[in-house]
Design a protein around this ligand. Sequence first.
Ligand code: ADP
Ligand code: ZN
Ligand code: ZN
Length: 853
Amino acid sequence: MYDSDLSLVSSVSEPITGYALGTKASGLVEVLVDCPGIQALYTYNVPEQFQLQIGDILSVPLGGQVVGGIAIRFVDRLPDSLAISKIKDIEDVVASGLFKPNYWQWLTQIADYYYTPLIQVIKVALPPGLLARSHRRIRAIADVNAEIFVGDIAKKILKLLHGKSEKNYSWQYIQQQIPGARRGLRELLDRQLVESYLESGQTQQPKLQKAVILTADGAAEDLTDRQREIIEILKQHDGELWQSELLKLGGTTSATLNKIAEKGYIAIVNKEKLRSERELGIFQQEPAKLLTSDQALALATIDSLTGFARVLLHGVTGSGKTEVYLQAIERILAREQSVLVLVPEIGLTPQLTDRFRSRFGDRVCVYHSALSDGERYDTWRQMFDRTPQIIIGTRSAIFAPLPNLGLIILDEEHDSSFKQDQPAPTYQTRDIANWRAQLESCPLILGSATPSLETWVTITQNSPSPPLSLSPPLPLPPSPNSQPPTPNSHHYLPLPTRVHSRPLPPVQIVDMRQELKNNNRSIFSRPLVQALQQMQANKQQGILFIHRRGHSTFVSCRACGYVCECPNCDVSLAYHQPGTSAQALLRCHYCNHCQPQPPRCPECDSPYFKYFGSGTQKIVEELNQQFPKLKCLRFDSDTTSTKGSHRRILTAFVQGEADLLVGTQMLTKGLDLPQVTLVGVVAADGLLHLSDYRAAERTFQTLTQVAGRCGRGDEAGRVIIQTYNPEHPVLAAVTKHDYQAFIAAELPERRMLDYPPYGKLILLRFSSLDADAVERTVTEIGTILIEASIAGHYEVLGPAPATVMRVNNRYRWQIMLKYLPDGSASLPDWEVLRSKCSNVVKMTIDVDPQNFL
Ligand code: ADP
Ligand code: ZN
Ligand code: ZN
């Protein structure tokens, strides 16, 4: 319905009669137009009769039609390219108060800080098509007799409305029935004979889905064993599950279910399912726990907060941070306010959301980028509902437009997934959550066992009762947009011990060089082998952690050494073990290119290949060989790519279907599995050798977190870390679970080199399909920057090619700027730099970068 020409007609309109130039400067408003095929900002005039508020839903003329829009901000000046005579009036205010004005202020703040156009921020924040789907409706509100005083078209509208008992129709329908209805509507609205509103989310087509309900629970003698298992699963879930869930959990077919239904044990019914991720029956009502004294102290402080505050809940793994969140949330809900809970990854959400649901039932709503458009849309509409609710989601959920926000929680605040690398804005969720909390005057809780250095420094330097300060007072790195901290707005709340005084597990470092000397060439050291055997003998469970870098598994020809490489990127392809019958695949972890494993070497035709590396798959194979009786489950991005697979694997593990969970990074993120008594780290070295200034911090965090997954239940746990660098100081801190020792060693290093949290970084990323063009561009821009850097008080690092230079056929370079946040630096004009970019080169500005390619 729209074509690409639309941009040409943007904001263009007939001259507005009687418009006084200049005097109406404050009557200009920027409107986000959002309908199929278009999401863009246009400027409109606001005629005097409207009491417009930022955040109001409007209807505006655009390209000969009237479309939906949101008032984003008042502007007092037109862009140079636009003449005032071309500005159209807004047509109407459709609904008021859905978005709070400060929401848009916040988005503007993000746009400014990350040097990103506002519309780009909005695109990240809002699900597309929000307004297109939200139909405008018109309702008659006055007595029908009034019609005698209005014009013909208005009369027709009134008649139409009063002909229906509910006295309302969609605006679209009215326009179809009555030509030129718009003018009549104006008159009726002005005279308050009708009102205009937005259809709420609930009246959307409900989605029906099959649910299975347990109807009889007798002796079940006429059921087969297999059928009885299904009944058991239903029982475990309070007698009700979505059919799709049950099929997965039971590994069964609908034919089997139908047979059980025929025997009268279950009923299969259609139930309405809101397209948000609310799942049935997984949880049982769970009461609040009696808090430990540390937890109680933390909760008391959080309870006492009024207005903005930044809280670091620094609790060792298993200290019960989640319980503190849950009870804090309870108080907020009781105050009729909503809560936003942000977590690092979807892998973490099934367990966590279950805990939240068992406390708060269906007031919990899950929001993350893996939802379908329909689910995202439904969740959004639900947020506009004013009943207090809890949104749990990954980083993009920070944009949830909850109208009455009372608390924001970032769980595992140190996690790198809270940083968006692309597309722009390259926001750090922790920082923008902080600004949002300030604007909303509500507390922000940052929870972690291994806080980021940024958070640690900010909190310890502003907290009224700081923990033992480890370094002399240092200049605080201010964020240009944040207000200076007010007294008592920062709080440090420690949970130094585990619940029930459970000990933190002992950590043993195994020197793999010694293993080699002792003729052990296996990837498993003797202590790890013994521990696995013991674990199995004691019928306990364990976790094996592998730090996988993109190209850790590759295939090479035994005869000529040929390595299969990605045709689009400068990396070797990773080998993926096929399912039982399928063909083996080679995959690129950068661009996702996928191809069958060639039967013979493309270079020398030899049929013999060697498989290198130690990805999860390879480890599982080795385990199967060395421990044929040990049942392993893989938990990595391969096995968890489909919807619900995280839950499926974790459920299987919790139910004892496997002895060992073998996986990557996702294992480190907050899993609470009380039966795990052994954690093994296959090789810590990949982590230690990451080539950026955060390597030590990331290693400490990852190893401490993965170690923290064990010994959380009644039985004590142990941790074994294999490495070729047993003397590494980070490993010593991990062994002693000593965050303070790590901080004491790390902060002075950062300070010496002016790295965050003391210095600030901006990374300019360049990429192009044309290798020469991008190199020319970075060289030119690099020269400009270096020349300006002395006067500008910043340092330039690079230009340098990215570690993997070519990805997806794009050649990548970067330039880093480093400066002190004391206001002395005067940064370059980004637009000038952009203008130096060849038009085949893409340049992105990553403010506070975290991941270096
Ligand atoms: P963390 O998030 O700090 O790693 P969790 O909140 O997951 O820790 O708590 C660890 C375990 O202890 C969970 O199984 C939780 O149910 C339990 N737990 C937490 N607080 C209490 C408490 N006050 N009393 C009893 N058990 C608790
Ligand atoms: Zn070969
Ligand atoms: Zn590739």
